[in-house]
Write a protein that binds this ligand. Sequence first.
Ligand code: 9MG
Length: 279
Amino acid sequence: MKLYLRNGFIEKDEPLVMGILNVTPDSFSDPGRFLAPEAALAHARAMAAAGADIIDVGGESTRPGASRVGVDEETDRVLPLITRIKEETGVLVSIDTSKEEVARLAVEEGDADIVNDISALGFSERMASTVAALNVPVVLMHIRGTPETMQKDPVYADVVAEIFAYFQERIDYALSHGIKKEKIILDPGIGFGKRLEDNIAILRHLGRFTEFDLPLLVGLSRKSFLGLIAGEKVPEKREAETLAANLVAARNGAAILRVHDVAVTVKALQVWRRLTEPE
Ligand code: 9MG
């Protein structure tokens, strides 16, 4: 799989590993753990050393009920950190934000490489034209509503078909604003306005979305549907569940896995690749 960047591309046979770095007090996993800049940087260095291809830096939690932060606070949380990560590690950085101003500053001043927008360009009016001008890859993630409303009784007749149609509409929107097709990454948004059976259907039928011929990102790390399947209430203790589901996602076409535990994922993918590559 090839991922086109502002300049050039990276290519790998197995999925790229995107390490999660939430600089927030209220994420669903590790809340507040990386709010202190030195702790965040140390974690970024550790993920880079463990083999992360991308570090996804977020300054506002997308968990239902999490507090919203303003542009200045979000920028203060992420910008100095992104700059240091870029200076100190060779790893790509994605900025996890739905705010156009934060995305622009992260790329222009922090040299971030990717915009990870859980709203698929939908929450910030100028996001699409900004991403087009920055010429960086952008993650278009499926979400039903907003983080506040998404889990209020989500019902789908056919979740895979609905996400497929959503991707088509969002790709057209992105292209119409000047974003190049090869800069688009699709993400079905595991856990974002989905019931247990929806998340299961998405992962089983992930291959449907490869029809767009665009990289697929899957973010399922430690999410609550895994707790529902295996009975573990503590997110930090859902690593085995995460790994099992990520290997299914990899088999079904995921090109990027967004994870908390980079070391475990990298090692598992090395084994998976050796056991599944053609003889
Ligand atoms: C920020 N964030 C939390 N979960 C995510 C997911 O599943 N995908 C993407 N792209 N971002 C996510």
